[in-house]
Design a binder for this molecule. Structure first.
Ligand SMILES: [Zn+2]
Length: 114
């Protein structure tokens, strides 16, 4: 547990930082994001590979403003400003705490491996 964030549902409560990092390596942001939205194109800027699609934070939007940087494992929406990592995406989409997002990602990465 990260002491500074005890009781904060947006931070790990029952997981160690090592466990968080292990999941982060297995549960790739783009794979998870594809559960919630559609991607249309890939842009390679030389130092970053970005997948661009619809923003899952904006229901019904047709703007291709949502980008997933597969190098940094971060997302950003140029339309609404949403941004974060695989954990914040699952927390926001599933309306769950960090620990619940960990459980979801753990299950997901097990299924992917099988
Ligand atoms: Zn957006």
């Amino acid at each position: 547990m990260i002491e500074d964030h005890k009781g904060d549902p947006r931070w790990p409560q029952n997981y160690t930082l090592e466990q968080v990092h292990a999941i982060q390596r297995k549960a790739l942001l783009l794979d998870i994001a594809k559960k919630y939205t559609t991607f249309f194109r890939v842009e390679n800027t030389g130092d970053a590979v970005k997948n661009i699609g619809l923003c899952p934070y904006e229901a019904g939007s047709v703007k291709q403003a949502f980008t997933v940087d597969v190098t940094k494992q971060l997302y950003h929406c140029f339309s609404c400003g949403a941004g974060g990592d695989v954990f914040s995406l699952v927390m926001d989409m599933e309306k769950v705490s960090f620990d619940e997002a960990m459980d979801i990602l753990e299950k997901f990465s097990r299924k992917e491996k099988a």
